[in-house]
Write a protein that binds this ligand. Structure first.
Ligand code: ZN
Length: 473
């Protein structure tokens, strides 16, 4: 008998607003411990939170992009729990009226299209960090109060492939919307996985939750481990307990941490220090207008307007920094097809060689567009183009300066070509005679000689034409 895996995801996205959700402290990652704090975010008694307007705007932007219904009159709630990284002993979150509900995200996994339901998106504050070392445990409150959106899916996933496709698409949307930098290694995107198994079409099983998985790979491994663990327990006649489990990525297994809390364990109640939030029609429209073109819309446009292949369009929109670069380069030089080929070809190859992530790409669009123009206008040949692209990528070289310094400018000058061709014919009378006698192979030899004489920078088309002309007449 087979088992079906049922998975739901809660994704936490740290917002890239300048300041925290309820105070003016910076949200910048890192920093000396406890330097990005004030009485509000460090939970001093008697302080009052003030809601950051940008957090609401970011939440609505994401909600609209995911087709959610926006809650026009929403509230914050207190979630009470004690943990040393949360000095207030409660987290301001949203339980009863989250800002967005009932959205959807279309994914494709294993060649199958699927729609995943988004149950809700709510706003909340992040907690601090505990740092354990030999001397003991230290607390860093820099992250306290950094705004978070929690994106809660319906339990619609049935495989790791679907989960990964969803996370990738969600990351793409968050990046394009500019609401989260999605640096998983810095914890700005984290996922909790809820998982149960059942007989196909049977009742839902008891689910467990694995928290704070911070790479797509860890999510996949944790799911696979937990699925097999639950099946083993059930097949040997045991029962699954509802619990929170900790995934140990190094050990490749998860451990029961605590029995899973229910909402009533947190004694949620409406946050008395914050007024309910009313989102009017005007404000909603203003936010709607700030939603940029998303990746899938860009993909369609690149194919339709620029004639790119579906593959090129997919590669270029795979990360916002690549599509930004592509658009900047093609707009400046006016050769979108060639700009696409340069980026998906030589530039991606160099990124691979140097292990450069798209988000770390710092290429000057002006230099790349100058390079594309030089090639398209017949001033350099393909080899010089590649060499110069590498110099721009590796050391930020200026293409024109590099080309003139290295003598890579293509020789189009017909006098120079004629002179070289004449000299080559004179020096190789046998080859010239062979060609005239119908031995076409001899032409290749003579052509190579002329190219060599011109230092490899000649325009091959020009050489071919002039040499042929001289030999034939
Ligand atoms: Zn603060």
């Amino acid at each position: 008998m087979t088992w079906e895996t049922v998975i739901g995801l809660e994704v936490h996205a740290e917002l890239s607003t300048k300041s925290k959700i309820f105070c003016g402290c910076t949200t910048a990652f890192g920093g000396e411990p406890n330097t990005h704090v004030c009485p509000v975010c460090s939970g001093m008694p008697g302080v009052l939170p003030r809601l950051n307007r940008a957090v609401v705007e970011y939440a609505v932007r994401l909600g609209l992009a995911l087709g959610c219904e926006i809650t026009r009159y929403c509230k914050f709630d207190r979630k009470n729990y004690f943990y040393p990284d949360l000095p207030k002993a409660y987290q301001v979150s949203q339980l009863y009226s989250p800002i967005c509900r009932d959205g959807r995200l279309d994914i494709e996994a294993g060649g199958q299209a699927k729609t995943v339901g988004i149950r809700e998106i709510h706003m909340e504050e992040d907690a601090g960090k505990l740092i354990h070392d030999a001397q003991g445990t230290f607390m860093d409150f820099n992250r306290c109060g950094v705004p978070l959106l929690e994106i809660v899916s319906q339990p619609d996933f049935r495989s790791v492939g679907e989960v990964t496709a969803y996370l990738e698409k969600l990351r793409e949307i968050l990046l394009y919307l500019g609401v989260c930098d999605c640096k998983m290694q810095e914890g700005s995107l984290r996922a909790d996985v809820n998982l149960s198994v059942r007989r196909p079409d049977g009742e839902f099983g008891v689910r467990t939750e694995m928290k704070n998985l911070n790479s797509f790979k860890a999510v996949g491994r944790a799911i696979e481990f937990e699925r097999l663990r639950q099946i083993k327990v059930l097949e040997s006649g045991g029962r699954i307990t509802q619990e929170t489990r900790r995934w140990d990525d190094e050990a490749g297994e998860s451990f029961g941490m605590r029995s899973k809390e229910n909402a009533q364990d947190y004694r949620y109640f409406p946050e008395p220090d914050l007024l309910p939030l009313r989102i009017g029609e005007d404000w909603l429209e203003q936010i709607r207008e700030t939603i940029p073109e998303l990746a899938h819309q860009k993909r369609e446009r690149y194919v339709r307007d620029f004639g790119l292949s579906g593959f090129e369009a997919t590669v270029l929109t795979g990360h916002k920094s690549l599509s930004d670069l592509f658009e900047a380069v093609s707009e400046r030089c006016g050769y979108p097809l060639e700009a696409a080929r340069l980026i998906t070809g030589e530039i991606m190859r160099l990124m691979n060689v140097t292990n450069t992530l798209p988000e770390d790409l710092a290429l000057d669009a002006g230099k790349l567009s100058a390079l594309v123009s030089l090639m398209m206008e017949g001033k350099i040949n393909r080899n010089a183009y590649k060499e110069t692209a590498e110099a721009v990528f590796m050391s930020g070289a200026d293409p024109e300066a590099y080309i003139s310094e290295k003598g890579l400018l293509m020789v189009n000058d017909s006098d120079a070509v004629s002179e070289a061709a004449g000299a080559v014919i004179a020096a190789n009378p046998d080859a010239a005679a062979d060609y005239r006698a119908g031995k076409t192979k001899a032409f290749g030899f003579l052509m190579g000689q002329v190219m060599r004489k011109l230092g490899g920078t000649a325009n091959p088309d020009a050489v071919k034409k002039i040499l042929k002309n001289m030999l034939d007449n």
